[in-house]
Write a protein that binds this ligand. Structure first.
Ligand code: GLC
Length: 608
């Protein structure tokens, strides 16, 4: 009796163990998917994932008031919903990280980059329950959530500023205040120095109430916080902790270059020789207001805080043409800072098609790779909410090729919403212009400076307002090309930018793209190529025709390394409809036909 009981117990234990093992292996195969994913599982999420920048005002509008929001299906059921409802789209796209531009409480003078409460959600976007739902849903689907963190300045509506104006402790020194240099003939106070706002004009604003100037690197309604005040730094740590405790996966830090200014307010910044417009930010050399050494210990504190939590991402917005300056923001092995400062070189150096050649692209890519500090990881950005859309800057024909480049080079790609379908800039009239930077330049010059054209609603389908909203108007006009250029159409089409993007997102998970090395066998004025290679995992060749005409190239003639006679096509730009280069076909590398702006991914079967 005892014995049979023991046997039964033994069998039950075995069955339970088998069931547990089966469940674990099913669960892990569901999460990991492919063999390649498994291979990359020893890398942090931000190295293996694509980062997708969602500009919340323009993704999807549930509430509906014409401005996008976060609101999901569960909180407020309806047919159309905010970003949360796009979780399936984002997962199917193959991105792993979603960075949300600011969603905090804000008077929206700079569309969320002017924060009046760092730990509240602006009602335009929903409420904290909506945010919690977004994080939960995204995490359920394996997507990470990155917040935009804006430490350099708050809104003038922030309680801290209001109290600082009134010299209420402990807020008196929360902002950068300075006495006037004197008074002009009219008796008006003169700013302490010549420092300029990025958005043009003096960076100093007089406060009648306090009887002092305050400094604003951006709008006057965005006063700069004073990072020399310890309580400001402590408050910023508290804000980061608040969001980390809520489960966010990291931060993109805004305008970090501007965090400090020199203490001596009598110092004028030197003028850039030949500049004619004294109000233009570019007319001064910003040696006293950007990239000060005091910045690094502050970033270090953020890093240390983030590292108290498992697996958090810290990426910084740093615009500079100086490689040494940029690379400092990575820190080093003993003093790690950001996981990466954004690599804006592909934006800054390749402003239009005429600047974009095989040679300039090679140089620009090399600049980042060759200057990277030991053990650090590259990243690639071709667009964001502050610049014109890449398809408008360099040409629609290059959409697929550039996605191939940023998704297949070693490093993390960052995709601005809409780049996966090749969205274009939208023409915005002066009357419709919203962006303060555009407005500051006035009706004659706003088009050169306004950031509105790249911020218009996401084009989901061909219905009214491109499926963005059921409201009667939108905060910025929808691009009139939405009837044909939209997600739904590209899902239905046999070939499309979206389909190429999805394929690329799957391809880049392969070991060779995660861990392989890179070389650049053929670089000419028209042609940019690179090979990704990993011993015993094979190799891929990416070829891009940057010229505006079709070419037939001989890769064997101009190469710096031995290439096989033939290769197999994996994918090609949608503009190529030739019967001779269809995916799966073998093509000769000494006679490779490419359409204008085409990108092609090939496998090199033999090890060379
Ligand atoms: C950053 C943001 C930009 C904003 C500015 C001021 O550059 O990307 O959109 O206007 O900071 O916060």
């Amino acid at each position: 009796m005892k014995r049979s009981l023991l046997i039964t117990a033994f069998i039950v234990i075995l069955l339970v163990l088998a069931a547990v093992t089966l469940t674990i292996s099913l669960a892990s195969s569901e999460v990991k998917g492919t063999q390649a994913d498994e291979a990359a599982s020893d890398m942090p999420f931000w190295k293996t994932s694509i980062i997708y920048q969602a500009y919340p005002r323009s993704i999807s509008d549930e509430l509906p008031d014409g401005t996008g929001d976060l609101v999901g299906f569960n909180q407020r059921p309806s047919l159309m919903a905010g970003i949360t409802s796009k979780v399936d789209y984002l997962r199917d796209l193959g991105v792993g990280v979603v960075w949300l531009s600011p969603i905090y409480e804000s008077p929206m003078k700079d569309f969320g980059y002017d924060i009046s409460n760092y730990t509240a959600i602006d009602p335009i976007f929903g409420d904290m329950d909506d945010f919690d739902e977004l994080v939960a849903r995204f995490h359920e689907h394996g997507l990470k959530v990155i917040m935009d963190f804006v430490p350099n300045h708050s809104s003038d509506q922030h309680e801290w500023f209001q109290k600082s104006v009134r010299r209420e402790e402990p807020y008196t020194d929360y902002y950068v205040w300075a006495d006037p240099k004197g008074t002009d003939e009219d008796g008006s106070p003169i700013p302490p120095n010549n420092w300029l706002s990025v958005f043009r004009g003096s960076a100093w604003q007089w406060s009648e109430e306090r009887g002092q100037f305050f400094y604003h690197q951006f709008l006057a309604s965005q006063p700069d916080l004073n990072f020399r005040t310890p309580a400001v730094r402590e408050d910023m740590q508290k804000i980061l902790t608040f969001w980390l405790d809520k489960g966010v996966d990291g931060f993109r830090v805004d305008a970090v270059l501007h965090l400090f200014e020199v203490k001596d307010m009598t110092l004028n910044e030197p003028e850039v020789p030949g500049s004619e417009d004294p109000d233009d930010y570019a007319s001064l050399n910003h040696i006293y207001t950007t990239d000060l050494p005091e910045t690094f210990p502050v970033i270090r504190d953020w890093r240390v805080l983030l590292d108290q939590y498992p697996d958090k991402l810290l990426m910084l917005e740093v615009y500079s043409n100086n490689m040494e300056t940029l690379m400092k923001y990575y820190g080093n092995e003993t003093y790690p800072l950001a996981d990466f400062p954004f690599n804006f070189l592909l934006i800054d150096h390749l402003k239009n098609r005429s600047e974009l050649t095989g040679e300039s692209l090679r140089t620009t890519v090399g600049l980042w790779l060759d200057n990277l500090p030991k053990g650090k990881w590259p990243n690639w950005v071709v667009g964001n909410h502050d610049v014109r859309r890449v398809a408008s800057r360099v040409g629609e024909d290059l959409v697929d090729a550039l996605n191939m480049v940023i998704l297949l080079l070693p490093g993390t790609p960052v995709t601005y919403y809409g780049e996966e379908i090749g969205m274009l800039d939208t023409f915005i009239s002066w009357e419709d212009t919203q962006d303060p930077q555009g407005c500051h330049w006035g009706p004659d010059h706003y088009q050169e400076h306004s950031r509105d054209p790249a911020r218009t609603p996401m084009q989901w389908d061909e219905s009214k307002f491109a499926g963005f909203t059921t409201a009667n108007s939108t905060w910025l006009p929808v691009n009139p090309n939405y009837k044909t250029l939209n997600v739904a159409a590209q899902i239905l089409a046999q070939t499309s930018h979206l389909k190429i993007y999805r394929e690329l997102a799957v391809l880049r998970r392969e070991e060779v793209f995660m861990k392989g090395n890179v070389s650049f066998p053929v670089i000419t004025k028209d042609i940019f190529t690179f090979i990704r290679h990993l011993e015993s995992y094979g190799q891929y060749l990416v070829v891009v025709n940057l010229s505006q005409k079709p070419v037939e190239i001989n890769l064997l003639q101009n190469t710096t390394q031995e290439l096989p006679q033939k290769a197999n096509v994996v994918m090609r730009s949608i503009s190529d409809t030739s019967e001779n280069t269809k995916p799966g076909m073998e093509v000769p590398l000494d006679k490779l036909p490419l359409t204008a702006g085409e990108g092609m991914v090939l496998t090199l079967s033999s090890e060379v």
